[in-house]
Ligand binder design. Structure first.
Ligand code: KIV
Length: 284
């Protein structure tokens, strides 16, 4: 645990919401990044199934399975013991039945040390939310652009721009709250719709591209640092171009090896003359 840092609990998150102090949330998929996020004091880490795209290079999140998610969640927990850790339920890990949903949510808790899980959808998954939360597993809801349904939603685009669509999202937020979520993530919803939901909700509302009137903000780590080669979405703020740093470094390495500039004396290991001579004798 980073020095001076306390474990983030549900109490911490609700206190922040109550005091009007923004909650910080980032996606995180691996140990070294989790170590940085632990040190920086990020409140919530989401091991998102977006790793299917950002880490594994798929075009969608649909091929991601529990077997893929669990080792990533374990690595993030090792790197960040104190953040509130959310395991993202991958496609078909909760849709088939309530029993499937409880089993897989339980795996995130028991095998990876997560504090909670997240699943996508509104009223249609309220029975899953209610059952998982009823087993003592905190559940984060996810409305707006829900990537597992991107095809049905017309692609990766803003949701809730028409009055009817917006009303559906507001109603879904209420259904999730009634079902027992501890927080609701709104992805790519108009800022004015996010504000309405935040004002009506008794649990923290987290925005991903849904404006400033939320209790917290989420960004996808790879979008913040130029690490997703295909595109950077409008909702991201870029904090540095680590992708360019890596590309420049790898190009330099290729040049250095090709021109025999690498390795140098400081990069290899020596042995004593006596041991070397003894070796030569054994080889003769
Ligand atoms: O998988 C993920 O990272 C997510 C975010 C896009 C909210 O669900």
């Amino acid at each position: 645990m980073a020095e001076g840092r306390k474990k983030v609990t549900l109490g911490t998150l609700f206190d922040k919401m109550g005091n009007g102090e923004p909650i910080t949330m980032l996606t995180c998929y691996d140990y070294p990044t989790a170590c940085f996020m632990e040190e920086a004091g990020v409140d919530i880490l989401l091991v998102g199934d977006s790793l299917g795209m950002t880490i594994l290079g798929y075009d969608t999140t649909l091929p991601v399975t529990m077997e893929i998610m669990i080792p990533h969640a374990q690595a993030v927990r090792r790197g960040s013991p104190s953040a509130w850790l959310v395991g993202d339920m991958p496609y078909m890990s909760y849709q088939p039945s309530i029993e499937t949903a409880i089993r897989n949510a339980g795996r995130f808790m028991a095998e990876a040390g997560c504090d909670s899980i997240k699943l996508e959808g509104g009223a249609v998954v309220a029975d899953r939310v209610n059952a998982i939360a009823g087993m003592g597993i905190p559940v984060m809801g996810h409305l707006g652009l829900t990537p597992q349904s991107a095809t049905a939603l017309g692609g990766f685009r803003v949701q809730g721009r028409s009055a009817a669509q917006a009303k559906q999202i507001v109603d879904d937020a209420k259904a999730l709250e009634d079902a027992g979520v501890f927080a609701i993530l709104l992805e790519m919803v108009p800022a004015r719709v996010c504000k309405i939901i935040q004002e009506r909700c008794s649990v923290p509302v987290i925005s991903l591209g849904s404006g400033a009137d939320a209790d917290g903000q989420l960004l996808i780590f790879h979008d913040m640092f130029g690490l997703y080669p295909k595109f950077t979405p409008k909702m991201a703020r870029v904090y540095g171009n680590a992708g360019q740093v890596i590309l420049d470094g790898v190009k330099q390495y290729v040049t250095d090896v090709t021109t025999r500039d690498f390795p140098q004396r400081e990069n290899w290991f020596t042995m004593r003359n006596s041991a070397f001579e003894e070796l030569l004798e054994t080889l003769e």
